[in-house]
Ligand binder design. Structure first.
Ligand SMILES: [Zn+2]
Ligand SMILES: [Zn+2]
Length: 123
């Protein structure tokens, strides 16, 4: 029980301390420095758990590896087409889009996901 919560805490800390939107593999490499015998499966299991508990969020887009995010509220991202890095974009989520789509379709929209693409400052 104690060991389990220590693993989970360590995984949560790694995700919260970076703004790089890491993959599960990257998180695994970081946590392993602290807990050498942890398995990738355990990391995945705890990431799913932390997501369900609302501690972290997951970015998954069709055809890409899941990336994890220490920020949970809906926010926008920018993905560099050259280096593949993902950045948070300081731009409030536009609720107006949700309302318009609801008006047009009758669907009950909870939120939308928006990702900007292009080149980052380093590329
Ligand atoms: Zn770049
Ligand atoms: Zn983010």
């Amino acid at each position: 029980m104690h060991r389990k919560s220590k693993q989970k805490e360590s995984i949560l800390r790694v995700v919260k301390e970076t703004n790089s939107h890491p993959t599960a593999e990257w998180i695994y490499e970081q946590v392993r420095r602290e807990i050498p015998n942890i398995s990738l499966g355990t990391v995945y299991r705890n990431l799913r758990l932390l997501k369900r508990e609302g501690e972290i969020s997951e970015l998954s887009l069709a055809g890409t590896l899941s990336r994890f995010d220490g920020i949970v509220g809906n926010h926008y991202h920018f993905r560099c087409g050259q280096c593949g890095r993902i950045f948070d974009v300081d731009e409030p989520a536009n609720k107006e889009i949700d309302r318009r789509v609801t008006q047009k379709t009758g669907f009950k929209v909870s939120y939308h996901i928006l990702e900007f693409r292009g080149l980052c400052e380093d590329c």
